[in-house]
Design a binder for this molecule. Structure first.
Ligand SMILES: Nc1ncnc2c1ncn2[C@@H]1O[C@H](COP(=O)(O)OP(=O)(O)OP(=O)(O)O)[C@@H](O)[C@H]1O
Ligand SMILES: [Mg+2]
Length: 276
């Protein structure tokens, strides 16, 4: 059973500190949902776990089954079983979907092992059908010209093929129509097993109708400020975040809220100086 352990994680981009002490443990078989207002560090957490080169960890640890994830290259993290369905998947003209997934799968095998082309094509076609995607998809370039919803389905297609042990799905529900949400939700739900730990980043409770979560966390100011069950998410869905901000005495939930506040102060003073 995979265990992803995040301890006191601090990370920055350029000189801006975004994550300010994230603690989270995800075990195989568990589904965790992270929600939180815009700009509170959710996607940054996903990028840091996966090893995006722009983000620098300044403090804390991430381990997968006891192995130091921060020491691993991005591809080593993927081979170790980590997977990220991105909030905004990139378009890669020139690389077909099937070549992309095939290469990723081949790179997980031992050097002298070859991916069976027959098995690959069968599994790929099966996944395309299950996700109710267009049959010409394998021949199209990766996400190139895809609609928002098609890109999201394509992330789940990759997940189905790569069979990760820890999967982070960043707003997989955004931009999906009701039917697509059902298809994506059911496909992810079908993959649930003790061998898979899931982290769903979402703004809305509706995705949990298809993928029930065991734990719900709220992120503000670059850290998890509250954890609970789906009741927590239901309350936020109904009432928003104000009650929680009051309860936690948080004025500005954003990562760089304090910087913004100081900029406004500076601007006001400068204006006063100019008027003198
Ligand atoms: N590469 C970057 N360069 C500059 N600022 C960044 C970068 N990545 C993140 N940030 C900033 O860090 C903060 C947190 O961003 P992040 O994308 O993690 O938020 P989020 O919680 O995922 O928000 P949303 O719900 O809108 O997706 C934002 O203020 C964002 O502008
Ligand atoms: Mg985000």
């Amino acid at each position: 059973m995979a265990i992803l352990k995040i301890t006191d994680l601090h990370a920055k981009v350029d000189d801006k500190i975004i994550l300010k002490g994230v603690n989270l443990i995800i075990k195989g078989g568990e589904t965790h949902a992270i929600m939180g207002p815009n700009g509170t560090g959710k996607s940054t957490l996903a990028s840091v776990i996966m090893g995006h080169p722009r983000y620098h960890v300044t403090q804390g640890q991430i381990t997968l089954d006891g192995q130091d994830v921060l020491e691993m290259s991005v591809d080593a993290r993927a081979r170790a079983g980590l997977f990220l369905a991105m909030q905004s998947p990139s378009e890669v003209p020139g690389v077909t979907n099937s070549d992309f997934v095939k290469t990723a799968m081949q790179s997980r095998l031992e050097k002298d092992e070859n991916l069976s082309l027959f098995k690959f094509i069968r599994a790929f076609d099966h996944a395309v059908t299950e996700l109710q995607m267009q049959p010409d998809l394998p021949h199209r370039y990766l996400n190139d010209g895809f609609s928002g919803g098609e890109k999201k389905r394509n992330e789940i297609l990759q997940m189905k093929m790569l069979k990760p042990t820890i999967a982070i799905l960043d707003e997989i529900d955004s931009g999906l129509d009701v039917d697509a949400l059902k298809i994506v939700g059911e496909n992810v739900s079908k993959m649930k097993s003790n061998a898979l730990g899931l982290l769903l980043i979402t703004h809305y409770q509706r995705i949990l109708d298809y993928i029930p979560a065991d734990h719900v966390h709220v992120m503000m100011q670059g850290r998890i400020v509250k954890s609970g069950t789906t009741d927590l998410m239901k309350r936020i869905d109904a009432e928003g975040y104000d009650w929680l901000k009051t309860e936690l005495n948080i004025e500005d939930e954003r990562v760089n809220g304090e910087d913004d506040a100081s900029r406004i102060m500076l601007g006001t003073c400068a204006t006063k100086e100019a008027l003198k």
